[in-house]
Structures are given as structure tokens and as C-alpha cells.
Design a protein around this ligand. Structure first.
Ligand code: ZN
Ligand code: ZN
Length: 343
């Protein structure tokens, strides 16, 4: 192997070939690939026809391979659509409009978190976690983690609504807090959720207002529940349970209007998202908050990420599986992160 020519006394070179090969067998393919690029000795001992090896992997293992490489390379992200690495583009941040121009393959663009003005694709989350771990590209990290606020005058004057998003890395997990506010700052009595309004609140793929008015949002979900009931041959009770789960936000808002001044908390049953709803004591302002936990570093098809995005090809047929997590824990983690930051 030419160890002496390499002039190294590293312990790994003093291992017997059998032991060394045994260790190599435990390495993931991306680790072998990276090892093969460190020196001649490792290139020879880990030699593979990489193209052939990668093409034989299943789709999820192939995405895992590129995600494994991206984990150590600060300038690249793993694209699940192209199954390769794309180079960092520091002008691509959550508030970027027309991201299509920056990411020609449009990977992940159809599925993301946020509103049309602010959206976080999976590779932003992976960059943020990685750059904070490696201490590289700190300016870009700052841009990715920058809080965002958008205040709009509603088309139904004089209502105003606003959207705010704030990402944080807490205990190596990427947490995003979103907040929607709707208010009527005049003395007129106006419903905050008029049926003819244009307000939408995409809290997560499983919850949220699909229509401006609470009644029409419920109606649409009733249709969705009936369609799913037929497709999956559910009992009436199962359909009712599904409908209750789909309308947690509508029910939460109705409850909050009955108890103004109090925070009403709940959680999505299918993704790690806690929610809080508050109606002001004068009933002129509604605040809805969502805390999403996107988990730790990982592949774009890991559950951490995929439970948070609706697959447009699947949404009509299934709502995804239930997620086992402690409800309220994401909000608690956020609070801990805030108190840590103030210390
Ligand atoms: Zn791509
Ligand atoms: Zn959800």
C-alpha cells in the first residue's frame, strides 16, 4: 500500500489489513467516497466504480449519499430532484421572490413552508444547521436566520393582516415560529374573518384556513373529509374524527372568541407543529402562532422534513401518517431557546 512512502505514522496505517477492511465495511458509502479523496492509500483501499455503485442504490439511499456528502461540504446542498450536489447561492434566502431563477431545476420549490412572500426550502434549513455547526459563511447564515415581517392592508378595508416568521436553531434543531395577525383598528364592527375576504393561513399541510371565512373553510374541509371517507371506506365515526382533526384551527378560533384574552393551545397530530390562538379582549385582533420543529441535520426525504410539506401528488388521496411526539414540546423548546438567548 506504500504506507512508508506516505510518510505517516497515523495509528490507522498500523492496523492489520483485515482489521482495516473490517472498519471500512462499517462506513457508509458517502464516508468511503470522502475517505477515498483524502490520500493515495485510501483511494486504493476504497476504490469503487462510484458511478456504477451510486446508480445501484435505491432512491432514498441515493439521496442519503448526496446528503451525506453535503454534510461535510459547506458550499453544497443535496438536491433530491437531480440527485446531485448544487453549489451555494448566497442570494437565495427565505424572502427571495422568483426563486425559480436561482434554482433552475426547481427542486423543492413546489413544496415548502411559509407564505408566497417567505418560504424555507429544505436546503435552507440544512445550510443553516451546517453553517452554524461549521462556523462557515456566517453572513449567509445570518441572512437565512433573519426574522421576517409582512404587514398588509387587507383588500377589505379597514382590516389589516400581517405575517411574521422567525427561525431559530435550538439544541441543534431548526425551529420556525410563524405568526398571523388580523385586526380591525377602527370603531366599526367588522367580522375578522369575512367570507368574501382573501385571507389564507397555511399553518401546516394538515391545518390552516383554506378560505377567508371560517364557515367556508369548514365547508371545504367537509368535502375533503367526505372524499377521503369514500376513498378509504371509513366509518362515519372515523370520518367525523378526521373532520375534527382537520378543523382544529377553525374550532380553536371559535373557542378563542368565546374566551377572549386567553391563549388556546393545540398541536397538529401529523407533523411536529404546536399552535396557539389568541383573541384580544376587545375582539378586534386575532393572533395565531405556529411553532414548527424541522429536526436536526438530515436528508431531504427524512421524516423531519417530509411531514411538514404537502406532496401535491398525494394530498388528495392521503393526509399522511400520525406523528408520535409530545404535544406542546416545540413551543416549550422555543421558550427555552429564548430564555437561553437572554442569559
Ligand atoms: Zn436540482
Ligand atoms: Zn401538520
Amino acid at each position: 500500500m506504500g504506507r512508508n512512502q506516505m510518510g505517516t505514522n497515523a495509528a490507522i496505517f498500523r492496523l492489520s489489513p483485515d482489521i482495516f477492511l473490517l472498519i471500512l465495511n462499517y462506513l457508509a458509502l458517502h464516508d468511503k467516497f470522502l475517505l477515498s479523496h483524502t490520500c493515495k492509500v485510501f483511494r486504493h483501499s476504497t476504490y469503487h466504480d462510484w458511478d456504477n455503485e451510486i446508480s445501484r442504490l435505491s432512491f432514498s439511499d441515493r439521496v442519503g449519499f448526496w446528503a451525506g456528502l453535503a454534510y461535510t461540504l459547506p458550499d453544497y446542498w443535496a438536491c433530491p430532484k437531480c440527485c446531485k450536489l448544487h453549489i451555494i447561492n448566497t442570494s437565495d434566502v427565505p424572502a427571495t421572490l422568483n426563486r425559480q431563477q436561482l434554482v433552475p431545476c426547481q427542486a423543492d420549490l413546489s413544496r415548502g413552508i411559509g407564505t408566497e412572500m417567505y418560504s424555507i426550502p429544505q436546503y435552507h434549513i440544512q445550510f443553516a444547521l451546517k453553517l452554524s455547526r461549521l462556523g462557515k459563511h456566517q453572513q449567509y447564515l445570518g441572512a437565512l436566520m433573519k426574522p421576517y415581517t409582512d404587514t398588509r392592508i387587507s383588500l377589505l378595508n379597514p382590516l389589516t393582516d400581517s405575517y411574521a416568521a422567525e427561525p431559530k436553531i435550538i439544541k441543534k434543531q431548526f425551529i420556525l415560529r410563524e405568526e398571523w395577525n388580523i385586526s380591525n383598528n377602527t370603531s366599526t364592527t367588522l367580522p375578522l374573518f369575512p367570507e368574501n375576504g382573501t385571507f389564507h393561513m397555511p399553518v401546516c399541510p394538515h391545518l390552516g384556513l383554506t378560505s377567508s371565512g371560517l364557515a367556508s373553510s369548514r365547508m371545504r374541509k367537509k368535502w375533503d373529509a367526505e372524499r377521503l371517507q369514500l376513498r378509504h371506506k371509513m366509518t362515519e365515526l372515523e370520518e367525523l374524527t378526521l373532520f375534527k382533526e382537520m378543523t382544529l384551527i377553525e374550532d380553536g378560533l371559535a373557542f378563542a372568541f368565546r374566551f377572549p384574552g386567553n391563549w388556546i393551545y393545540n398541536s397538529c397530530l401529523r407533523c411536529t407543529t404546536d399552535i396557539g390562538i389568541n383573541v384580544s379582549t376587545d375582539k378586534r385582533k386575532v393572533t395565531v402562532r405556529a411553532w414548527h420543529d424541522f429536526g436536526v441535520e438530515g436528508s431531504p426525504i427524512d421524516t423531519n422534513w417530509s411531514v411538514h410539506v404537502a406532496d401535491p401528488l398525494q394530498a388528495w388521496a392521503t393526509r399522511g401518517s400520525y406523528m408520535d411526539y409530545t404535544h406542546g414540546s416545540v413551543r416549550t423548546l422555543w421558550m427555552e431557546g429564548i430564555s437561553d438567548g437572554t442569559k
